[in-house]
Design a binder for this molecule. Structure first.
Ligand SMILES: Cc1cc2nc3c(=O)[nH]c(=O)nc-3n(C[C@H](O)[C@H](O)[C@H](O)COP(=O)(O)OP(=O)(O)OC[C@H]3O[C@@H](n4cnc5c(N)ncnc54)[C@H](O)[C@@H]3O)c2cc1C
Length: 411
């Protein structure tokens, strides 16, 4: 039984099935026992807790919605609850699971050949193999359609040239799902660790997601077998479908970080005595901050639950996922800020998880489509007017490279 009480102000639990509650309790206990005791140290050292990977695999946290290869075949709400609880521990641990499941196992499962699936899904599911997803490049983040990485067919091989940046798990990965331009448009490829011409380098100096590897990938005349093409990828839309999987999990994950901040701030405010001999929780201003967090977390829970139910029915639209990711990561960001205020000076030290969550959320706010890009996606959905490209200015056009077409934006 977990020590973490969670947040259930409106009997949210009654909306979950027994299996969903059981999955959540399993992850919650795992986070208590395995993540919380070590995460501050990993954050400080900027290392990923590698020994957790096989344990997470054994508990079915990777590719949990797949019902082949001995994987759990859970529904999408249970998947979301796994992401919520992992992020309560740390966004870096949740990011690992998101990439492994949504950005590596999903594309191999959905767009891969039978051989690729048979080779990689079991190993990725158990954590025996680690994957990464290379889409972003130094000059192309929100508009990946501008990517410069190329793949050219040469006999029985593809030859890749280019670079990727900000790639989670990049230096740890046994296999990278890499997106590159070909003569037939953007396609996905599997590049294995150790392939000549393929290099990785961890990016240092991060204040955020320190307990997570973020790397650059380099491809210099990197020759891979023709069968490493993901055969069912036919354009950038396939990469965006992967992002949609991961973003759905992030919408749940944000709530986990927010809940940890809220619970920490509430408990602290009940114990911290100032002025009248009363706990600071007795002051209206403190209560208002706690109520804000509770209200937004509660609304966020209902939002992602509905997204999960729609996803299970095959009715989830990408703009709905944008709404969930944008809202719930914002709730986490604001909750971390308020919780930090409630803890006063103690809010800035690593005796409490607040500052770590606050720093982590800055990455989560930006990756998988920034907060503002998701705003534009939702804006497009409700008005029918795409606002991704600034209006054309002939004098600027002469100076700047041409802006990407709307459908190439990270939607
Ligand atoms: C820790 C971390 C891990 C990551 N992991 C991965 C990974 O595993 N794989 C991967 O491929 N990528 C990964 N990324 C990259 C991430 O997806 C990008 O950082 C993100 O898409 C934003 O791109 P950018 O940083 O280049 O910002 P930019 O696209 O340069 O945007 C900068 C700012 O301009 C705004 N902006 C851009 N275009 C518009 C517009 N049309 N209208 C209004 N505002 C606009 C943005 O909202 C943002 O505020 C990761 C990033 C981080 C920080």
């Amino acid at each position: 039984m977990s020590r973490f009480p969670g947040v259930d102000f409106i009997e949210f639990d009654s909306l979950l099935t027994e299996e969903e509650r059981m999955v959540r309790e399993t992850v919650r206990a795992f986070v208590d026992d395995q993540v919380v005791p070590v995460i501050e140290e990993h954050h400080e050292q900027s290392t990923f807790p590698m020994d957790l990977i096989p344990k997470m695999g054994e508990l079915g946290f990777f590719g949990p919605t797949i019902d082949e290869y001995g994987l759990p075949g859970l529904n999408n709400v249970a998947y979301g609850l796994i992401m919520q609880e992992l992020e309560r521990g740390d966004s870096g641990v949740r990011s690992f699971a998101s990439v492994q499941s949504g950005l590596v196992m999903y594309p191999i499962y959905a767009f891969g050949s039978q051989e690729q699936k048979d080779r990689w899904i079991p190993k990725l599911g158990s954590g025996e193999a680690i994957g990464c997803f290379g889409l972003t490049e130094p000059d192309f983040g929100s508009n990946p359609g501008g990517m410069r990485t190329t793949a050219v067919k040469d006999g029985d091989s593809w030859v890749l040239n280019g670079s990727k940046q900000w790639i989670t798990n990049g230096s740890l990965a046994d296999v990278a799902v890499v997106w590159a331009k070909t003569s037939e448009g953007v396609r996905g490829f599997l590049v294995e660790k150790g392939t000549p011409g393929y290099t990785t380098a961890s990016q240092h100096g991060k204040f955020s997601l320190r307990a997570s590897d973020t790397s650059e990938l380099g491809f210099q005349d990197c020759r891979i077998p023709a069968e490493n093409l993901l055969p069912k990828t036919t354009g950038l839309k396939n990469a965006l479908m992967c992002l949609n999987q991961a973003r759905y999990g992030i919408a749940w994950g944000g709530l986990g970080a927010a809940m940890d901040c809220y619970v920490c701030a509430r408990d602290y405010s009940l114990e911290r005595i100032q002025f009248s001999g009363q706990p600071i929780a007795s002051h209206q201003i403190i209560q208002e901050k706690l109520v804000w967090m509770l209200s937004e977390i509660t609304k966020g829970q209902l939002l992602v639950l509905q997204l999960g139910r729609l996803k299970d029915k095959g009715k989830l639209k990408h703009e709905m996922v944008s709404l969930g990711k944008r809202n719930n990561v914002w709730v986490a960001r604001e909750s971390a800020k308020l919780a930090r205020e409630v803890l006063g000076a103690n809010g800035i030290v690593n005796d409490y998880p607040i500052m770590r969550h606050m720093m982590n959320i800055e990455s989560v706010f930006t990756y998988e489509g920034t907060h503002d890009i998701h705003g534009l996606i939702i804006g497009n959905a409700i008005t029918g007017i795409p606002a991704f490209n600034a209006p054309e200015r002939p004098e600027a056009e002469a100076r700047a490279p041409k802006a990407p077409a709307r459908e190439e934006a990270k939607v």
